[in-house]
Write a protein that binds this ligand. Structure first.
Ligand SMILES: Cc1ncc(COP(=O)(O)O)c(C=O)c1O
Length: 408
């Protein structure tokens, strides 16, 4: 059979079997046979307000009819970009943050890395160009993000990556301390997901993140939080930085800023970066994307944030944590899985070595639930924040049944 002309992302190019999703409503999606699935991963960790939100579709439609886009390079701007930037800056714990818009999380990460190096170039410290990444970290697929991330399979075969990058164990502060003792003066920035997502859902401890902040402060390095998954409510706060009480110098965001209704990402840029970029009135920031500040994406962000706020969806997170996290822990108590990890509304099950997460995923699909395998070893849940108890329970029942079927 001829392969589809659509070459799929993160898929086997030789694959010819796909599930066609045609419709979404709340925490569920439907395929082209009419089968309903609970969307246990909010599509790809992003659909916080749930599917089928007419308010966002209407806002995008209205914007496209007035002005589909006009670039924001140099002297141009538009109302929705200004409004979204002001809103996002006000929600973030970064004081006086300015927002640089991108179209994706990968672009946000590469933007933050470039801004970190530019900060030190402007400050007259060009030797400070080392980036520090963490094992299991995921920072998108552009060359900067691939270079600083900690998932070796994603780095294979793409040729020379960006350097210099130092990698530290994601949960070992003393490793970070040793690195800073040796090379602190060369380190431009540390990039860290407060909760490692795509690498298998590993929440950092408060002490770890505070420790990174302290090391960066002492060495004069920048701290970047990659909040592409955690931003806009996943932990019950607008940003994980607030949840952990640690203020980074830059925050990357994407995904739930629009809940996926339009592609949008960005970087919240704090004072230590701003000061260097703004010091010389003649300096030109030669970085930007054709669609930076795209008004249809920015109105989607404004409408999405209004839903998150007006429907108090962040306040649902502790309940999701208790019901989903608690239910998954029960499966561990039964001995069906090796470990449960998570925080807020993002969770993962670590499989016993004899069980493949791919088989569990298939068992879940058969039972009308979508969860995401992380390799063969783990299975992640990150549902829309609108998910109700019946659907949370369906996720748990289906997982229990799928696991029991594989453990005769
Ligand atoms: C922490 C993190 N950073 C960056 C990205 C890349 O975002 P995108 O796929 O929008 O380029 C992701 C995507 O999952 C992510 O989880």
């Amino acid at each position: 059979m001829a392969l589809s002309p659509f070459l799929h992302p993160f898929a086997k190019p030789a694959a010819d079997q796909f599930i066609t999703i045609v419709r979404g409503e709340g925490a569920a999606v439907f395929d082209d046979t009419g089968k309903r699935y609970v969307d246990g991963l909010a599509s790809l960790w992003y659909c916080n307000v749930g599917h089928g939100r007419a308010e966002i579709a209407d806002a995008v439609d209205a914007q496209l009819r007035v002005l589909e886009n006009y670039n924001t390079f140099d002297i141009f701007t538009n109302g929705p970009a200004e409004e979204a930037a002001a809103l996002i800056s006000a929600l973030s714990p970064v004081p006086d943050g300015r927002v640089f818009f991108t179209c994706s999380g990968s672009e946000a990460v590469d933007t933050a890395l470039k801004l970190a190096r530019m900060t030190f170039t402007r400050r007259g410290e060009p030797e400070r160009h080392v980036f520090v990444g963490r094992t299991l970290g995921y920072h998108g697929v552009n060359y900067g993000g691939v270079s600083v991330q900690g998932l070796p399979l994603n780095q294979e075969g793409w040729g020379p990556l960006l350097g210099p990058v130092a990698q530290i164990a994601h949960d070992d502060l003393s490793a970070a301390e040793r690195l800073f003792a040796e090379r602190g003066h060369e380190i431009a920035a540390v990039i860290a997901e407060p909760v490692i997502g795509a690498g298998g859902v590993y929440p950092a401890s408060v002490e770890y993140l505070r420790g990174l902040r302290k090391l960066c402060d002492e060495a004069g390095s920048l701290l970047i939080f990659d909040e592409v998954i955690t931003g806009f409510g996943r932990l019950g706060s607008w940003f994980a930085a607030e949840y952990y009480g640690v203020v980074p110098d830059m925050i990357t965001f994407a995904k739930a800023v629009t809940s996926g209704y339009q592609p949008l990402g960005g970087v919240i840029v704090g004072p230590r970066v701003r000061d260097e970029l703004e010091a010389d009135p003649d300096f030109i920031l030669r970085h930007g994307y054709t669609y930076s500040g795209h008004p249809a994406s920015c109105v989607a962000a404004v409408a999405n944030i209004a839903i998150l706020r007006d429907e108090h969806l962040l306040e649902r997170v502790p309940h999701i944590a208790e019901r989903l996290g608690g239910g998954l822990r029960q499966l561990a108590k039964e001995g069906l899985v090796a470990e449960v990890r998570g925080e807020g509304a993002i969770w993962a099950l670590q499989m016993h070595p004899s069980v493949s997460a791919l088989d569990v995923r298939q068992g879940l699909l058969d039972r009308g639930v979508i969860a995401r395998p992380i390799g063969a070893a783990a299975l992640a849940f990150c549902p829309p924040l609108v998910i109700d108890d019946a659907d949370l329970d369906l996720c748990l029942e289906a997982t229990g049944d799928a696991l029991r079927a594989l453990h005769p």
